[in-house]
Design a protein around this ligand. Structure first.
Ligand SMILES: O=P(O)(O)OC[C@@H](O)[C@@H](O)c1c[nH]c2ccccc12
Length: 324
């Protein structure tokens, strides 16, 4: 059986009432902290109230500014540019997903190498990234996603490099909270073939810039949306070399709703995205073959799965069972 997304019946949804969603998180703390320590006392600075992150996504993004500063200190951009020149050439991430979906009649799998997450804590204590990626590949994954965020997911760019060096042939996605081009260079220098960009974090102006920078260095893009409004917004962009991820998890609240892919893909914006021939990945909360079918019926030709695979001791078998 060949995979045929057109065969999935998509009821004509009424036009969305959501306006294109603007980014609601703040990229950095406004005007310093609202409390100032002074000896054994702490002074409150009322005009700086609200200087605490309002949710985990904001906290992560604020932390990135400091992390990137440290990274640049250890490895200046010029050295990174030299490393990019000797990095193994990029492979076709989106093409590998399409090919797998066509060959198997099931969504192509992006299997995620993730040790921990802010919502679940440590998911796999016996964590050997290269071994896990090899098991995913042996089980039939089309692509591998590698969490590189150190503080919140216990990931690293070294994991990306170790997986590439171990000879894994599946194309690799760098899963990071990208806010600066420096992180794209780091991803490519570490052997990534594609990079995640999150619409909930980046306004369109930043997306235009970062997508251009990514393409220039040969990285494909997984552009993640969580709502119809975000999809409407990103559809205003030039989406060449880009696929769309529909996150079932709200990154600000951690709530997972497996129907989110269907809600978004049956909207007017979803239909428009399908007409443009874009490839969709259903992301998060996929645990069973029935969940995979649910995503496929919603119109996803790809799925992104972390926890349910990585927590198993035999990850190759876990992949086979999920795709059965
Ligand atoms: O472990 P799960 O529920 O299968 O989810 C995987 C993946 O979708 C999730 O890790 C993810 C989706 N978007 C993100 C953005 C940043 C960090 C992580 C993510």
């Amino acid at each position: 059986m060949t995979f045929c997304p057109q065969a999935v019946s998509a009821p004509e949804a009424p036009p969305s009432k959501e306006p294109p969603a603007e980014v609601t998180i703040r990229r950095r703390a406004p005007a310093g902290s609202s409390t100032q320590p002074c000896g054994q006392f702490t002074f409150k600075v009322p005009q700086n109230e609200g200087a605490e992150p309002q949710n985990i996504l904001e906290e992560i993004v604020w932390y990135k500014a400091k992390e990137i500063e440290d990274m640049k200190y250890i490895m200046p951009t010029e050295r990174l540019a030299m490393m990019m020149k000797v990095a193994p050439p990029p492979r076709d991430f989106i093409g590998a997903l399409r090919a797998k979906a066509e060959a198997t009649g099931r969504p192509g799998l992006i299997a995620e190498v993730k040790k921990a997450s802010p919502s679940k804590g440590v998911i796999q204590p016996d964590f050997d990234p290269a071994k896990i990626a090899q098991a995913y590949e042996a089980g039939g994954a089309a692509c591998i996603s590698v969490l590189t965020c150190a503080k919140y997911f216990q990931g690293s760019f070294d994991n990306l490099m170790a997986i590439r060096k171990a000879g894994v042939t599946c194309p690799l996605l760098c899963k990071e909270f990208v806010v600066e081009a420096y992180q794209l260079f780091k991803a490519r220098a570490s052997g990534a073939d594609a990079v995640l960009l999150i619409a909930a974090v980046l306004p369109n102006k930043d997306l235009v810039y970062l997508m251009r920078a990514a393409r220039k260095i040969g990285l494909q893009i997984l552009l993640e949306v969580h709502s119809i409004g975000e999809l409407e917004r990103v559809l205003q962009l030039e989406l060449e070399g880009t696929m769309l991820g529909i996150n079932n998890r709200d990154l600000q609240t951690f709530n997972v709703d497996l129907d989110n892919s269907k809600i978004i893909l049956t909207s007017t914006a979803g239909q428009e995205a399908k007409r443009r021939g874009l490839l969709f990945a259903g992301e998060s909360g996929i645990f069973t073959p029935a969940h995979v079918s649910h995503a496929q019926q919603a119109g996803c030709q790809a799925i992104l799965v972390g926890e349910s695979l990585v927590k198993e001791s035999d990850q190759a078998e876990a992949v086979r069972i999920l795709l059965s």
